[in-house]
Ligand binder design. Sequence first.
Ligand code: ADP
Length: 717
Amino acid sequence: MRKKAMGEPSHYAIKGLRKKILLSSVLYTLAALLLISALSIYPLYTWMRPAAEANLTHAAEIRALAVEEYLSRMVEITRQINSRTAARNYLADYSAGKLTLEQVSQFTTAILKDALEISTEAVSITRFDREGRTIAHIGKPLRPELDISLSSWYQQLKLMDLVAVEGQLFLAVKGPIRSTADRSVIGHDIVMFTTTSLQRILWQTTGLGTSGESWLARPVEESTVVFFPSHRATEEVYNLLMTDWPLQPAVTRAAKGKAGSMKIDRDHGYRKKAVAYTPVAGSNWVLLVSMSEQELMAPLYRQILMVAALVLTLTILGTLGMLALLRPMTGRVMVYTKELDKLNSELTQEVAEREKAEARLQRSQREWEKTFEAITDAVVIRDTQGRLLKMNQATQHLLGELAPGQSPEQGCRALFGFDKPASECLFCRMIETREAQCGEQRHETADRWFHIACYPLFDDDQTLWGGVLIAQDVSEQKKMERIKDEMISSVSHEMRTPLTAMLGFVEFMLENPVDREQQIDFLQTIHRETERLNELVSNFLDLQRLQAQLEAYQFREMDICALLHETAHLFKVASKKHQVSIQCPGQLPTVRVDENRLLQALKNLLSNAIKYSPAGGAVVIAARPEGDHLVVSVRDQGMGIPPHARERIFERFYRADDSSRPMPGGIGLGLSLVREVIKAHGGEVWVESEEGKGSTFYFSLPMVENKAEKDKEKTEG
Ligand code: ADP
């Protein structure tokens, strides 16, 4: 089973995610559709509302037209009554004084009676003369108070007006009577009409629903006189003066000749209303139609509700459709997501592994670079075309040392022997054999030896493209080998000489009868040679031990004067040609020394002084304090040391060989031993010499007081 990769979601997580996607998509769709619906319904409402209001205005206008028609009809009837010729003529005669008031009243009443019958709506006719005196009154009697003040009423009455008489409302129309001769006004008629048809017009409820009301009114300054109650009431009141009426603003507008509609907010117990208003042409009346806002807008709301229901249904259907569409899609998306996730986690893992590998590679690259630079041998990479690709710092140093001023290319040629014949060139051999090659080569100009190793470099397809060359300086080794060879030959030579002598004497004594004196002489020679051999071997072994620091020193404080005397005595006896003496002050400062080692060093210096002054001479051992050191010197008058060798005579196996003069035997270890011993004592050794005249060897030893002080300083520091 495949191990679950890191970051791979579980089955439940995917299911949950799917649910979330579905739910959020459905919610978003629902919200979006609802928003669209709301956004579309609002414009619908604002678009339809004026239409509803226009309906109300239309209702008002239709009623106003009916009122106008009623008025014009009444005016027409009045005009017909005015223009009855006979009655007009009587009035003209009366005005001209041809008839008396009684006469004219009598004639006119008879004529006007006929006239009253023309119309069913006219209920009374009252005729006045020019001065306002009543000439005739036919029909419904007027109230007494109205009769009395009829003349003043006549003066006040406008062309037409509504007047209440005994709880009933009548339309009074005032019409001028003109003379047929000169058209001058000779009197007036006031004709009263029933207002039943007017009431019918106003009480007609068509198109106004249950809350609809119509008002016919006349504005009076800040108030309004309403002619009829807007509906039949048990106690009908006419010509009602309305003060502080909520519909007053509509009246004011209509009075200015404007038609339109407006909203009346809930106030004084009135419900919220819509009011349409219009002036009634030919009069100073206004007509109002009002409806409760709710009822007026009810059809609009119903329509909007239907649209909303439709939109909602569509929305739900759309959402369900979306759900049906999304479900399989999300299922597929989940599958893809799962696969993508798997792929992603695999990729992430791969990337992480690659990054790790890259980091490892970079680290190894850095390590390799560091190692390459840290190698103290010269390392060079060269391709098969002979191009120098890389070299480490050691190579640059070495090339600078071997041939300063040369280009690296030239330097490498000389170092690795690229220019040598193919048989000697290791790099060429490596290319030929495709195998690693190594060997030693001499750098001609610098006279130094190098061990050269050459390793082939292959591509993945095993194509050889270059090689690594490593040059190791083996000059010192070579030299040591040479010195060792020489030493072996010198040691064997040095050993053979005493051994040959010893062997010769021993054989001679064994084979020949020798007397006691001769025997002693021979044995002394054998003893001397044995001692020489012993010294040679012990010098060699001591130096080895000292250098390997195997031998521990046994220091003690002492006055070395006695030691100098002892050594001098040893050599005084050994050589008759040399005069060994000591120059030493009575009291020498104390030094801390290993007596045996120091004795060995002194012996080596003295034996050299004697050995290298074959012609004999004085050998002086001296000691003197100098600063904080005691300086001991051994001077001879021998062959001296050539200047070039003075620096090197303290090296192991170095011998200042000079073919121009005979050299006593030796293996070049004596002075090395001296240097090792003096160094261990904290001192130094040096030489002064003049060729042919002699040499003086010095060594210094730190004085005890001084040493103690120094040690103290050291510990304090
Ligand atoms: P060895 O005497 O066995 O050759 P040493 O180490 O004692 O080795 O001396 C090294 C070399 O120094 C000698 O070979 C010699 O050339 C030179 N040398 C040492 N002592 C003297 C000396 N007193 N006078 C001249 N040369 C000396």
